[in-house]
Design a protein around this ligand. Structure first.
Ligand code: ZN
Length: 140
């Protein structure tokens, strides 16, 4: 069921009060993600210890969707293993293509509100920027 008000509230809340937009001095994995078609340019910072994402943050500039999506992603992956984070990134990217199951959407928690972005092709790259950057970072 689509719920535009809920979607807008979540996006606005993550933009006004991002929980994870700050520097992370003891990060040991840092990667830049750029979406030239919109001008989004973020840095994803992770502190990984014993295979677990102990802490994470993002910095940089971008539109409301790219920033909210990165913030929701960090809410979800902090405390998870690298493998779990990679799997969640994979589910998110498949959700945007309309290929994720209902059970998989539940694993994404709040970030699943972005699923209808697949109907807005111009915004897809904004929504996936943080997740795509996360996937690249962990795979390499
Ligand atoms: Zn954007």
């Amino acid at each position: 069921m689509e719920n535009k008000t809920f979607y807008n509230e979540i996006l606005t809340d993550h933009n006004l009060h991002p929980g994870h937009k700050h520097a992370l001095d003891d990060a040991n994995m840092v990667m830049e993600g750029v979406n030239p078609s919109c001008g989004d340019d973020i840095f994803l910072n992770l502190k990984v210890e014993n295979g677990i994402i102990a802490d994470g943050s993002f910095q940089g500039d971008g539109c409301a969707i790219s920033q909210a999506s990165a913030d929701m992603m960090l809410d979800l992956i902090i405390g998870k293993t690298k493998e779990e984070a990679l799997e969640l990134s994979d589910i998110f990217l498949r959700m945007i293509k309309g290929e994720a199951s209902e059970d998989e959407l539940e694993l994404l928690e709040e970030a699943s509100v972005l699923k209808d972005i697949s109907h807005m092709p111009a915004r897809v790259k904004c929504a996936v920027l943080g997740w795509h950057t996360l996937g690249e970072m962990i795979k390499n």
